[in-house]
Structure formats: C-alpha cells, structure tokens
Design a binder for this molecule. Structure first.
Ligand SMILES: [Zn+2]
Length: 424
C-alpha cells in the first residue's frame, strides 16, 4: 500500500521525459503530416516547392472521404503548362517535374479532382478516395531517373502516413473508365492512357510487392464483368510471351498515326472528338475532332495530335517546317521520335543538333525548327538533284534561314553554303 504510490511516482518520473519526447516527436505528425515530408531522411529528400498559393481564392478545400489509394498520372504537357492547368483548379496534390522537383499543388489531405469518371473494385469516384500525383511527361515517353527517385520517395512517405499498400497505388488508366462510344459498346477501361501502359514502371517507383493485385494486368472490375478490358492490356500481356512482337506493337501504337488497328479512339481515347485533338490527313487537310462527322472514312496514315487548344499549336506541327512555339515541347511535334538521331533541330541561330545531342529539353528556344526522320544534312552542291526537288526537303540557308523546298522556285539561286535535309 505504501510502496504503491511511491512506485508509481518513480515510474512517472522515469517515464515523463520519454513521454515528453514522444509527444514532441508525434505532435507535428498528428497535427499536419506535411511536416513529415520535410523530415523524412533529409539527406535524400527531393526538393519540394509549395505551389499552393497559386490556387485561385475561390478554390474550396475539402477533405477526402477516405485515403485508400494513390493515383498516378502523366501531364501530357511540359512543366509550365502543367503547373498552370493543375493549380488553376487544384487538379492534383503533387506534380513531379522531370528534374525530380516535387511541387505541392494542394495539400495531401484535401480532395483534388484528378481521376474523373473512375472505378476500382466497384467503388466509383476515386478522386474522393485518393491522393493524385502527376508526372511531367507523356504516356508514351519514358520518365526520367530523377522523377522515379522523387516519386518513389513521395509514395513511400504517403504510404506510411496513410497506410496504403503497393497494390493500392494505381495508374490513372487503370481506374478510369468510359461510357459506350462508336468503338466500344459497353462501359470500358481505356478512357485514359496516362501514365502509360507500356511506359510507366511500377518497379522503378518502388512498387515491388509480390501480391497479384500489384500487377497492371489485375483489374477487379473487368474480372467482375462491370467493365470491358482496355485493348492495350492485351499487348501488355504479350510482353510476357513474345518480347519482339510486343516491342513492334508498342512502337506502332506510340506513333499516333491511324492504321486499320490504331483507330482514332485507340490513339486519342475519350478525346477523339474533342476540339483540341487535331487530325492531319495524308493529303494535308487539317480538322479538329469536333468537326469530323464520318469516323469510318478517316484515311490510314492520318496523324493525330492531342492537346492543341491554340491555333499556333496546330500551325507548329503543320507548317512546311514544323516549329517549336512558346509553350510547346519537342515531344509535341516529334512525338516519341524527338530523341532520335534522325530528328534534327535547327535553332534560331542556325545551329543544328540531332535528338541525341540535345541535353536540355526544357531549354529549346521558341522558333527552333524540327525535322523528324531526316537524313543528315549535306551541302547543296553535293545533294542529289532528285532529292532536292522533293516537297519535304528543307534548306538551311546561312546563317539561319530555313526554307521548305515547296517554297523555293529556283534552287540554283540559293546561296553557297546552303545545307540540304532530305526526308528518309
Ligand atoms: Zn490522368
């Protein structure tokens, strides 16, 4: 009896500092998990830029229903344009730039509208149950090492804070679904393609769980018959059995050219009839998706360009010599070919580089011309006469004048020192 309070007070004495320390340690975590990010392994932590002050004043922050999932996206645009679009409406919680910098668009505890029409395991409206992370880039162009490093770090932090297993970190294309259209007659997967069935690596993002639900081939809603499968998943399956055929099919799909199999829907998905999707027919006619009436008569060889809201974005790709304008990227013009050694960049100064020589893709100046799949330039007097007269031949007249052969009535009058680029 006597010893009890004595014992108690002793325990309390011993434990008090421990409790104090615990309280101090846990306090910021429970108060605002944001602090945790800054504290996580400060040596390896990527740079985080708080971008929340760019949200409009009218944006109403509200908490999510649950924190069950993380959904990963690709922006399908460059950094600047992505930051503007996302923060205008709070359409993501995070954005991971190509150099690995993480932008906090909207604090992780708030609902961001990023998943749209979506379903996973019978649960709809996934934005109300998930944190959204955008990667700057395209669904058919590899993400950078720095992006994977930062993404892995960010996913781990969020997994710890909200107790989210690997198999609940999902790609947008896996949770999005679409209503019936002229190509797919039922509710279906495949409304979205980001961050890329063939492009995004779960392993590089640290999602290595052996649980069968951690595979992109796993889809509880298709399994249950609620949705029809995305045809790209069939190709993903081919990878396991025939790598050569897989690579061939992927290369064909990623060029955004209409073939008998690569339909407008297969390329643009829900955006096939949007005004921002531009169709460049083989004969040169240009139409926006909302102007097309007869989808059965789109000729094979038609090129499809996505996210071309501005008239100058269309001019950029359809110009006699395509040109990078402000706000567009090399990828916007050349697609997955932008890094190839037969894609040439003629800078405004007249400097020429091919895709393997460009180091800083974010610093390509406006007015740079882009020649996709061209032969290495030769001096005009050494060029074959026949090649020179082709309409898609391009001249670089010193020091920096770029001319399409179609606009040059008399080649013999071009200055000496002129270089000739012929199409492959
Ligand atoms: Zn997305």
């Amino acid at each position: 009896m006597v010893s009890k309070p004595k014992h108690f007070s002793l325990l309390a004495l011993v434990h008090l500092p421990v409790w104090l320390i615990c309280l101090v340690l846990l306090w910021p975590v429970s108060l605002e998990p944001g602090v945790l990010e800054a504290d996580q392994g400060s040596r390896t932590a990527p740079r985080i830029v708080d971008y929340q002050h760019h949200l409009p004043r009218s944006f109403r922050k509200r908490l999510r229903d649950t924190n069950r999932y993380i959904v990963l996206h690709s922006t399908e645009s460059g950094l600047r344009s992505a930051l503007n679009t996302l923060s205008r409406r709070g359409h993501s919680n995070y954005l991971v730039a190509r150099n690995g910098t993480i932008y906090r668009i909207l604090d992780k505890k708030y609902r961001s509208h990023h998943a749209g029409l979506s379903m996973w395991n019978g649960q709809t409206n996934i934005s109300s149950h998930s944190i959204g992370i955008e990667l700057v880039g395209y669904h058919n162009d590899p993400f950078t090492d720095a992006q994977y490093r930062s993404l892995k770090w960010l996913i781990e932090v969020l997994q710890r804070v909200y107790d989210i297993p690997d198999y609940h970190v999902l790609e947008h294309y896996r949770v999005a679904y679409g209503r019936p259209n002229r190509w797919v007659k039922k509710l279906h997967r495949g409304r979205k393609k980001d961050p890329g069935v063939f492009n995004f690596s779960r392993a590089r993002a640290g999602l290595t769980s052996k649980d069968p639900r951690n595979s992109v081939l796993y889809d509880p809603d298709v399994q249950a018959g609620r949705l029809i499968r995305d045809p790209d998943i069939d190709i993903a399956r081919v990878r396991l059995v025939d790598r050569g055929r897989y690579d061939e099919e992927v290369a064909q799909l990623s060029e955004n050219v209409i073939t008998r199999r690569n339909t407008a829907w297969r390329i643009a998905r829900e955006e096939y009839n949007w005004s921002t999707t531009v169709y460049h027919f083989p004969k040169g006619t240009i139409m926006r998706g909302n102007q097309i009436r007869n989808w059965d008569r789109i000729p094979v060889g038609t090129k499809v360009y996505l996210h071309r809201d501005r008239a100058e974005d269309v001019q950029a790709v359809t110009a006699a010599v395509p040109v990078i304008t402000r706000g567009t990227t090399a990828f916007d013009i050349a697609g997955p070919s932008y890094k190839r050694s037969d894609t040439y960049y003629i800078f405004p100064t007249g400097t020429i580089k091919h895709g393997r020589q460009v180091r800083q893709w974010s610093r390509i100046p406006a007015d740079t011309r882009v020649l996709v799949r061209y032969n290495a330039p030769v001096a005009l007097n050494k060029a074959a006469r026949q090649a020179v007269s082709q309409d898609n031949t391009v001249f670089l007249v010193p020091p920096n004048e770029v001319l399409a052969a179609a606009n040059v009535p008399d080649v013999s009058r071009l200055k000496s020192g002129t270089l000739v680029f012929t199409k492959k």
